[in-house]
Unconditional design. Structure first.
Length: 105
């Protein structure tokens, strides 16, 4: 069973694969900036963020945790700790009246 953590509208899933070769490493440590609040999900230490455009035109995000632990922080949520490895970041979606949209945290 996959190891998972949730922080607000983000789900972190540990995967047994490598970061895709087409993914680009980010300079920033901000995983996602909240559209509704302006608060950010960010890495306090221990990981790098990679992005790649997926299908259909949605950005896919991965974290590469090289230290034993990476901590993810947000002003409105408790911090979470991710163990060493590759983590896929999934944004929560909602379905309303036939429309699928990303949750705005």
């Amino acid at each position: 069973m996959a190891k998972m953590h949730r922080q607000g509208d983000l789900l972190f899933i540990r995967v047994d694969e490598k970061i895709p070769k087409k993914a680009k490493k980010r300079d920033s440590k901000v995983i996602l900036e909240g559209e509704a609040t302006g608060h950010t999900h960010r890495i306090s230490h221990g990981a790098d963020i990679y992005d790649m455009m997926g299908f259909p035109r949605e950005k896919e995000t991965w974290l590469s945790v090289e230290d034993d632990i990476a901590e993810i922080v947000h002003d409105e949520h408790a911090p979470i700790q991710l163990e060493k490895g590759v983590w896929k970041v999934v944004r929560q979606r909602e379905y309303n009246d036939g429309v699928i949209s990303l949750v705005k945290d």
